[in-house]
Design a protein around this ligand. Structure first.
Ligand SMILES: NC(=O)c1ccc[n+]([C@@H]2O[C@H](COP(=O)([O-])OP(=O)(O)OC[C@H]3O[C@@H](n4cnc5c(N)ncnc54)[C@H](O)[C@@H]3O)[C@@H](O)[C@H]2O)c1
Length: 257
């Protein structure tokens, strides 16, 4: 038996980066996985790689997390494939770079739409499935940027802080309603995925750019996707059955300063 045997997991943004890593790690511990992404080719590639090691464990589903109709279709397809949905990992997101003087209306709105509105819409639509498949777990990927600010991360700071507090509200509602459905947020620091490429470039690219990022991190390195994946594994499993409305910082110590 794996740590998440029998769990039926939807992971948004599952084509690459953190979402793909979560899919691989959860499948290795016995879960069924629906990898959803706007990048369907990438999601298919990741699902195929998972299925090569764990036959029939994963499916790829085309999904735009900003659209209600797309959520309805994706959840229905995931439910059909897995025989239910018991874990929702709201992982899809974008990073944006801009300060109060340079950010555009479009940059602000796109960030809130993809990083925040998507979690409201998707979690609301997933609730009936989660209620039918208890115990359930909702895992929202925020960021250390939801807890500490940077002058150049105006929209991203606001979005990820909203995800942090929205997770607590969802958790309290579920607990007070008597549902065995938990909700927690996860806050990674810079982690080696394509999302940080533009920031590494801004710092001079390559090793030089990475060094600039790691300077601020007490453990002196970038996060690896697996560092975050172990937290997702715990939160998806029943090992965390008494854990709700909490935030998990996977940050090499950065928020302690
Ligand atoms: N990597 C980091 O340093 C880091 C740190 C803190 C938080 N995060 C958060 O982790 C999550 C995953 O990021 P990542 O590092 O894997 O980035 P990534 O860019 O590698 O992956 C993000 C995925 O989301 C998908 N996506 C984007 N818009 C979408 C939409 N509208 N509908 C469906 N899918 C969409 C992309 O196609 C992509 O596959 C994000 O929420 C990000 O904010 C990342």
């Amino acid at each position: 038996m794996g740590r998440v045997s029998g769990k039926k997991v939807v992971i948004t943004g599952g084509a690459q980066g953190l979402g793909a890593c979560f899919g691989r790690m959860l499948a290795a511990e016995g879960a069924k996985i629906s990898l959803t992404d706007i990048n369907i080719d990438g999601a298919r590639e990741t699902a195929e790689a998972i299925n090569a090691d764990h036959a029939g464990a994963a499916i790829a589903i085309e999904h735009d997390v900003t659209k209600r109709a797309s959520w309805e279709a994706a959840l229905s397809e995931a439910n059909d494939f897995m025989g239910g949905v018991s874990v929702l990992v709201n992982n899809a997101g974008i990073g944006t770079w801009g300060n109060i003087e340079t950010e555009t209306d479009d940059g602000w709105r796109r960030t809130q739409e993809i990083d925040v509105d998507s979690i409201f819409i998707g979690t609301q639509l997933a609730m009936p499935y989660l209620k039918d498949n208890q115990p359930g777990s909702i895992i929202n990927i925020s960021s250390v940027a939801g807890l500490i600010a940077d002058g150049m991360m105006l929209s991203y700071n606001a979005a990820k802080a909203a995800v942090w507090m929205m997770s607590k509200s969802i958790a309290l509602h579920c607990a007070r309603s008597g549902y065995d459905i938990r909700c927690n947020s996860v806050h990674p620091v810079f982690t080696r995925t394509p999302i940080i490429d533009p920031i590494v470039e801004l710092g001079g690219g390559g090793e030089k750019g990475e060094k600039k990022l790691t300077r601020q991190i007490p453990l002196q390195r970038l996060g690896e996707p697996e560092d975050v994946g172990y937290c997702i594994l715990y939160l998806a499993s029943d090992e965390s059955r008494f854990v709700t409305a909490s935030e998990f910082k996977i940050d090499g110590g950065i928020t302690a300063q």
